[in-house]
Design a protein around this ligand. Structure first.
Ligand code: SAM
Ligand code: ZN
Length: 271
């Protein structure tokens, strides 16, 4: 991890309480162990980090199993890559750390770093996994790592700044990107919004990443789950922030629903 101060970039040393560079720049660690490496000018983002209520709704959704199919697909794909036991990996937009924790079980000796713009999410992630390193940083800007640091980079419905993710990835590395598939939560969106159109974000992946990456493999993780009203509310809140007030009313009146949860998973390799 390198010092985020402009024109510095020296390696940060981790201690119990803080991170510091040889030039004397220092960053305190939170109680849970995370570190905030945002500089004031990097706090602005086109996509601000998720607020507390969204992080909480997503965590409850993951605990109910909504991430299970994607987790299995991700672990399955990683299993084919021949990763060394001590592989260095970065999860950008890691949220509360669900997917890095799942990977930790299969690769306990891996060097895991999670980055998110939401301090609330990172604090949660850090409290639940002390073996990984958790950093608040803005992936729309330059992230505080040297070029080619990671053999594996993940963006699980996370930020998609292709050039920066390419910079961080070692040659021969893999970037795994997951996005909601066209039918993700389609029944819920139909019930709440009246239709379930225009969710296919897969085409955009090639658009966004095509200059720096080619698609080595693409798959879809899909499950059907029976969700009660609370689970539906959380699933909606975790995925669709701009709920109109009419939508909100409908959401609160929903009966339990059988819902599709589906994600497209792309394995991208540098061109
Ligand atoms: C849809 S959530 C996915 C979280 C996690 N990957 C998961 O699947 O549970 C997107 C995450 O990206 C984070 N995020 C959004 N913009 C970001 C940015 N510019 N830099 C870092 N993280 C960002 C949000 O705070 C949020 O936690
Ligand atoms: Zn420094």
């Amino acid at each position: 991890v390198s010092c985020p101060v402009r024109q510095c970039g020296r390696t940060l040393a981790w201690s119990e309480r803080a991170l510091s560079c040889p030039r004397g720049h220092a960053f305190d660690r939170g109680r849970s162990g995370y570190v905030n490496l945002l500089l004031p000018q990097d706090r602005r983002s086109s996509t601000p980090g998720d607020p507390r209520e969204v992080v909480v709704a997503r965590r409850r959704s993951l605990e109910r199993g909504l991430g299970g199919a994607l987790r299995d697909a991700l672990l399955g794909r990683l299993g084919t890559l021949g990763l060394p036991a001590d592989v260095a990996m970065l999860d950008v937009g890691c949220g509360e750390g669900y997917f890095l924790r799942a990977i930790a079980d299969a690769w306990p000796d891996s060097d895991r770093v999670g980055v998110d713009l939401s301090t609330f999410a990172i604090d949660h992630a850090a409290a639940r996994d002390r073996a990984a390193r958790w950093i608040v940083a803005n992936a729309d800007r330059r992230l505080p790592f040297e070029t080619g640091t990671f053999a594996l980079v993940l963006s699980i419905t996370g930020p998609k700044q292709a050039s920066e993710l390419r910079r961080l990835l070692a040659d021969g590395g893999h970037l795994l990107v997951a996005v909601p598939a066209a039918d993700d939560l389609a029944e819920l969106r139909t019930a709440v919004l009246g239709d379930a159109r225009s969710l296919d974000r897969s085409g955009r992946i090639v658009e966004l990443f095509g200059e720096h990456f080619r698609v080595a493999e693409r798959s879809t993780a899909r499950a059907r789950l029976h969700l009660d009203r609370e689970a539906l509310r959380d699933a909606f809140a975790a995925s669709y922030r701009a709920a109109r007030s009419r939508a909100k009313e409908r959401l609160w009146a929903l009966p339990p629903l059988e819902v599709t949860v589906a994600h497209d998973l792309f394995d991208l390799v540098p061109r």
